[in-house]
Design a protein around this ligand. Structure first.
Ligand SMILES: [Zn+2]
Length: 296
């Protein structure tokens, strides 16, 4: 599952690639992955691409939008026939005159000419460039929505990088809940965009044990969580996201965040701050990595 930094990286790539373009046709090869009337967005200019939590919003001039969730294994690849093809660390057999932008889950099975058997939606633009949606497991989706709907954000919880995410908001959402702090960070109806990797990293920086019940959090600890969420996520965006979570950057290269992770994926390795061995436990169904010395 991509987390916020990986989706943000893809959205920035799409903003460079598809603004101002118009869709000529949409080929839907697997019906269940596309919801709504595709004709709503044909021939209307794309004006903006935004991220909401872990989802992608493509806005059209005619007040429709295309809402995309890549889920576990989705991948968006933009190919512009007129530009130079540049891709690192990924051996795609594509003619060298084609440019690729986009990103998502990489897999050896995807390393073949596009479209291939895992390509389920093909969006062709009027200038002959193409956006391919590939998905090994077919859990992702695209939905046509009216861009004027008001409750889109409330359906997804406040975005982890939204200014509305402050201590008052988080305290009110956590009051009377009997869950661990790790579970609270993963709950997309509370904060949208944080997954397993960044919840571990945020809790390390905030010096809070992942299994601490939210009812036991002091106001200063809630402040710490709120303060470290943007610090950790923005650092990862700067590094191009993670590679372990298998997300590609715009140019197809892998993100670098995990090289710098404090605790995630570092079981039995030494804490970067105090040298204590990093521990891993399961909370709910999810692995949680932490330092018993640094986190209380
Ligand atoms: Zn430590």
């Amino acid at each position: 599952m991509p987390e916020l930094p990986e989706v943000e990286t893809i959205v920035r790539g799409l903003n460079q690639a598809i603004i101002g373009r118009k869709i000529k046709s949409i080929d839907i090869l697997v019906d269940k992955l596309f919801i709504g009337n595709k004709n709503s967005v044909i021939n209307s200019k794309i004006i903006e691409v935004k991220r909401l939590g872990k989802t992608i919003l493509i806005y059209f001039e005619n007040n429709y939008l295309l809402h995309i969730h890549l889920k576990m294994t989705g991948q968006l690849i933009f190919v512009n026939k007129n530009q130079q093809f540049k891709i690192k660390n990924l051996k795609l057999k594509i003619p060298p005159t084609i440019k690729i932008v986009g990103g998502g889950h990489p897999d050896k099975k995807y390393d073949q000419p596009l479209p291939h058997k895992y390509t389920h939606i093909i969006i062709k633009f009027t200038d002959e460039s193409t956006l391919f949606y590939n998905d090994l497991r077919k859990f992702g989706w695209m939905k046509i929505l009216d861009s004027r709907i008001k409750n889109l954000e409330s359906r997804f919880g406040i975005d982890a990088l939204s200014e509305k995410l402050n201590s008052n908001y988080l305290s009110s959402k956590l009051s009377k809940r009997n869950i661990t702090t790790k579970q609270a960070l993963l709950d997309q109806s509370i904060i949208s965009g944080i997954g397993n990797i960044y919840s571990d990293e945020i809790l390390f920086c905030a010096r809070i044990l992942p299994d601490k019940k939210v009812g036991k959090l002091k106001p200063s600890e809630i402040n710490n969580i709120v303060n470290f969420i943007p610090i950790v996520l923005n650092k990862s965006i700067d590094l191009g996201g993670t590679s372990r979570s298998d997300y590609l950057k715009i140019d197809g290269s892998r993100g670098n965040y995990l090289k710098y992770a404090y605790v995630y994926g570092r079981e039995n390795e030494k804490c970067r701050v105090c040298n204590t061995k990093i521990k891993r436990i399961k909370i709910g169904q999810r692995s949680s990595h932490f330092c018993t010395n640094c986190q209380k």
